[in-house]
Each structure stands twice: as C-alpha cells, then as structure tokens.
Design a protein around this ligand. Structure first.
Ligand code: ADP
Ligand code: GN1
Ligand code: MG
Length: 358
C-alpha cells in the first residue's frame, strides 16, 4: 500500500472514532515489526494509539480483538488501574475494531501516558522489573478461562513446524537466495532434534499449557517515565495457550543479548549471564510459585528455543522475500537471523552456566 493509500484509509478509520473528536495529528509511532502503529492526537489534546492490524499475520483480526477485550477486562478487574492494561476504545458503533473499505482492520487504544517503551536494557534492575511484570502477567491470567481464547496464530511457537516451514522455503527458493545462505541453513539443520524438545515434553505431559503472552520482548512493556517501573504489558495479539518457558525465553533472546536483535557485528553478540540470571529470579518470583519443577528445569531450553526459532523465522522470511517482518534495509532479516544464530551458539557454549535448577 502506498503512503497516499494508507493516509486515505487512516481518514476512514478516524471517522469511525468520531466520538473522540477529530484527530489533529497522526504519525507513525514505535518500533513494532508487525502492525502499523500511529500516534493520534485529538483536538482536546488527548493522545491515542491507532493501529492497523496486520491482516496477513492475523487471519482473524475480529477474533484477536475478542481475545484482547476479554484479557484486558480480566486484568482491569484485578487491578482497578487504567494504566495497568491496554484500554480498547470502542468505535462510534460500539465495536472494538473498524474494518475499512479494503478490508483492513483498525483499533484504537488509549495512549498509556507518562510511559516509555525501551529497545534495550539499560540496567539490571530494569530487566528484573520486566521479568516480574511478565511473570505477574502470567499470574494475573492463571485463573483466566483459556477456552474462550481463539488461537491467534496457529502453531505460533511450535518450533518443529517453524523448522519445516524453513525447509519448505529452502526447497521453493522463490527469490533465488538459498545458495547464499548455505551456512545458516546448515546451522538450522544441525539442530533439527533440538527443535522438538519442548513439543516432546508437552506430548509426554511434562510441560503444562498456560495462558501466555507469546511475544515478551522488552518493547512490549511500557515503563513509567519517572519511576522506571513497569506499568503495562502491551502487544496482546498473541495471548493464547502456550509455554511459560517460551515467555521466559523470548525476553532473554531480546533483552539479555549484549547486542541488538539485528546487529551485524557478530563479535558483539553474546548472552549476558548476569542479566540472564537476574531475569530468571525475577520471572520465577513474578510467577508466584506457580511454575513446576520441570518448567524450572526447562527455562534455559526455552531461552535457546525462542532464539533458535526466531532465527528460523527470520531466515524463512528472508528466503520468502521479506513478506512477514517489517524490514528497513536490504538483508535485514538475514542480519537478524545471523544474530539469533550467533546467540544460540553462545548459549550452547554456556549451557552449564544457564542451569537454573538441577
Ligand atoms: P507490534 O505488534 O507491531 O509490535 P505494538 O502493539 O507492540 O505493535 O506497538 C508498537 C509500539 O507502539 C510499542 O512498542 C510501543 O512503543 C507503542 N505503543 C503501543 N501501544 C501503546 C499504548 N497503549 N500506549 C503507548 N504506547 C504504545
Ligand atoms: C514480532 O510484534 P513485535 O515486533 O513485538 C513477532 C515476534 C518476534 C519479534 C522479533 C506476531 O514481534 O514473534 O519474536 O517480532 N510477532 C509476531 O522481533 O510475529
Ligand atoms: Mg510489539
């Protein structure tokens, strides 16, 4: 979609929330890889997040919004604090989303004022706070009826399926890129058995399914700008039954890497063990004693699995022509993949030191 077309659709979306008055400002916002996010300011100065939901990624945006409405109501009922969870602003028709004339889905959230999203960890305490927040989020949803949730993305964190998707992308090689990424494909293939560890553990009843966030990146938490304490867990599109160890793992992948997710100088990539251990303590504490002994044992595997899986996904997207993750430079997905695989290799070297119990 061109910028002009997008602007026209933003116009339609704005009209669907005329109850907020007209927006005087509306500009792209944040660093998400999936949705189109805009900061919209109403005439009275109130700020909102206007988002176009990525319809290619989320096949049923209406179901996503049902999930989010239910989950946020559950959390709000517990905390009674408006900033503690996303506030979905209904359209003039009382709907949680608006579908424009070309079938794009839009939603509006209250802007969580006085907060900041962070792209990198600046101190250990901040990362511990992030751990407690994601742990607490899981605790808040422990008594949530998972049967009302739609599966936002089927097989989202099913690593063997992600592995097979990569193999199919290699086979199809639609962009003719496979020959140039032989080393990365071989790295993935050498870890085929590893990919199944968590799925095997679930099948044998060792790993429980819980209501999890499934996208626990640091920038999916809003921190209070003054106190630096976590205020709100956002990006609830992927809340669905999943594994606690994956929620743990995705935070480690992003936050305990000594480099950015797309760092090209791989010598800068490594697992910061101090951050890792601090996060593990905070997460376990945040979960309030709900994790089983086996889950505690599998936390290090969760970290390695999420990093490996994300690498598989970036590589698949590179081979398929960069159709899933938003990219901002040539080879961006390949850079991201290489960075993830370098982190996996470092985690393999640090396997003994990553143990949390046992
Ligand atoms: P994506 O799925 O593309 O990652 P997010 O829902 O995470 O989209 O939003 C992208 C960014 O927008 C966040 O990282 C955060 O900076 C900002 N953001 C999202 N929702 C809010 C909100 N309610 N208040 C303030 N900032 C927000
Ligand atoms: C996407 O939406 P965002 O930017 O928080 C992706 C995650 C990946 C992450 C990699 C729905 O997260 O699964 O781990 O990029 N979200 C979806 O940075 O695919
Ligand atoms: Mg996000």
């Amino acid at each position: 979609m061109t910028r002009a077309e997008l602007c026209a659709k933003i116009g339609e979306a704005k009209a669907a929330w005329s109850n907020l008055g007209s927006f005087t400002y509306c500009e792209p916002y944040g660093n998400g890889h999936i949705n189109d996010t805009f900061l919209a300011v109403a005439e009275n100065g109130k700020r909102y997040i206007l988002q176009r939901i990525n319809h290619t990624v989320f096949k049923r945006p209406d179901e996503i919004m049902e999930n989010i409405t239910a989950v946020t109501a559950h959390i709000y009922a517990k905390t009674g604090d408006e900033r503690s969870t996303l506030q979905v602003i209904p359209t003039d028709d009382g709907q949680s989303f608006f579908c424009d004339s070309i079938g794009s889905y839009w939603r509006v959230y209250a802007f969580c004022e006085g907060t900041v999203a962070k792209e990198a960890v600046t101190c250990t305490e901040e990362f511990v706070a992030c751990a407690e927040a994601f742990g607490e989020f899981q605790g808040q949803l422990a008594n949530f009826d998972a049967s009302v949730l739609h599966e936002a993305i089927v097989n989202f964190h099913n690593t063997p399926v992600r592995y097979e998707n990569l193999m199919r992308a290699v086979e199809a090689d639609v962009c003719g890129r496979a020959a140039s990424v032989k080393a990365e494909i071989e790295f993935a293939m050498a870890r085929r058995d590893f990919a199944s560890i968590l799925e095997n553990a679930r099948e044998s009843g060792e790993l429980p399914l819980r209501v999890t966030h499934n996208d626990t990146k640091l920038n999916n938490i809003l921190f209070d700008a003054e106190t630096q304490k976590p205020v709100c867990v956002i990006d609830l599109d992927t809340v669905m039954p999943g594994y606690s160890v994956n929620d743990f793992g995705d935070s480690i992948r992003f936050g305990a890497n000594t480099a950015a997710e797309d760092e090209t100088d791989l010598s800068k990539v490594s697992l910061d063990l101090e951050l890792y251990r601090a996060y593990a303590d905070g997460f376990v504490r945040g979960c309030g004693g709900k994790l089983t002994e086996r889950e505690l044992e599998l936390l290090p595997i969760g970290a390695r699995m999420m990093t490996f899986e994300c690498g598989l996904r970036f590589l698949t997207d590179y081979l398929e022509g960069d159709v899933y993750f938003r990219t901002s430079r040539e080879g961006h997905n390949l850079d991201r993949c290489r960075c993830q695989f370098a982190l996996v290799a470092d985690m393999e070297r640090k396997e003994a030191e990553m143990k949390i119990v046992g």
